[in-house]
Design a protein around this ligand. Structure first.
Ligand SMILES: [Zn+2]
Length: 349
């Protein structure tokens, strides 16, 4: 194949370009049809121009059968007792598209929190929905009769996954891996250090470039991989290092070896590291009302609007702009309006 095509070659600014297309609905209405899937799989040729041409937003978020898709209402942040700090950190991550690492003992609610993070993300925009649906269609995992995907994907592969399964590739025609199937959504890696180190190291390139390039002797393919990584791990092999109620049985050497499975460069690419301690029984039994996912999502959407107006999501802001945007945090007046230093500008959107 002479020229590889990148279905999700994103705007390098990190904000999705262009309004949705009215003719795209027709072009992609049959994205899930077997014939079209076969064609997509055989040529792996996706026309991105179609995505950014039109002007009209979709009237309704629907699947092919006509049923409106809504996020799983059974999974809500209101179910998670305590963990105020972790919840706040996850909101910041959702708003700024930051990768997150949660560290805590077993049973502290890391998996619960990760699953609920998908529910506070803004709905897919029309161009994003098209890109995501294309990738799922190529992989052949769209359910029969389904049309455009309406909610952000949440992928949670097991730690026995192979490198081809995570990144993409495989025998014959290369297929997208989990990083591409999580495009515009979340990739949750539970038991992070249990993944083979060589597999984890492969994450570095897509996390940096937001795409995966697979080169073969007869073709070069490029799959989109703009995902948010949510990783969870125990602080040590037994899980109770630093816990106030249980005793850790691990030696320093064992803990060191365990933590050493995750390399420094990979940790560098994870912006937010959260400690998720066990919640005391008293707090679990408490009647205190917790914020719902819907309330959090509204705040996340507001924060994203500010970032979209600025042109970059927080996690993808170039250093030149960080210096400009955070001028007030460095203890001097903002050059734009001469206002006094203000710490609050760095904590919000
Ligand atoms: Zn331990």
């Amino acid at each position: 194949m002479p020229g590889a095509q990148c279905p999700g070659a994103r705007d390098p600014r990190g904000v999705h370009p262009g309004p949705p297309a009215d003719d795209v609905a027709n072009a992609l209405a049959g994205a899930a049809q077997p014939r079209q899937q076969r064609r997509a799989r055989s040529t792996v040729k996706i026309d991105r121009q179609v995505v950014s041409r039109g002007t009209q937003p979709p009237a309704k978020r629907e699947v092919g059968s006509g049923a409106t898709v809504t996020p799983d209402a059974a999974v809500d942040f209101a179910d998670v007792r305590g963990q105020t700090t972790a919840k706040r950190a996850l909101q910041v991550a959702a708003a700024g598209v930051h990768n997150v690492l949660m560290i805590g003992p077993p049973g502290s609610g890391k998996t619960m929190l990760a699953k609920r993070l998908a529910g506070v993300l803004p709905a897919l925009t029309f161009p994003e929905a098209i890109e995501t649906t294309k990738v799922h269609s190529i992989a052949g995992i769209l359910p029969p009769g389904a049309g455009l995907l309406a909610i952000r994907p949440f992928r949670s592969p097991h730690h026995t996954i192979s490198d081809a399964g995570l990144i993409g590739g495989g025998l014959g025609s290369p297929r997208p891996g989990e990083v591409s199937l999580a495009h515009n959504g979340l990739l949750f890696l539970d038991e992070f250090p249990e993944f083979p180190r060589n597999v984890l190291e492969l994450l570095r390139q897509p996390m940096e470039d937001l795409t995966v390039t697979i080169a073969r002797s007869n073709m070069t393919l490029c799959f989109p991989a703009s995902f948010t990584l949510v990783a969870a791990m125990n602080p040590c092999p037994c899980g109770f290092y630093g816990d106030t109620t249980r005793e850790c049985r691990c030696t320093p050497a064992i803990i060191q070896r365990y933590l050493g499975k995750i390399s420094g460069p990979l940790l560098d690419r994870i912006d937010i590291h959260i400690e998720v301690p066990a919640v005391p029984y008293k707090e679990l039994r408490g009647e205190e009302r917790c914020e719902t996912s819907e309330e959090i999502r509204l705040r996340v959407e507001d924060a994203r609007k500010v970032q979209q107006a600025r042109g970059f999501y927080n996690s993808r802001m170039p250093s030149r702009l960080i210096r400009k945007q955070c001028a007030r945090c460095r203890g001097r007046a903002d050059p734009r309006d001469g206002r006094a230093p203000d710490e609050s500008v760095c904590t919000g959107a």
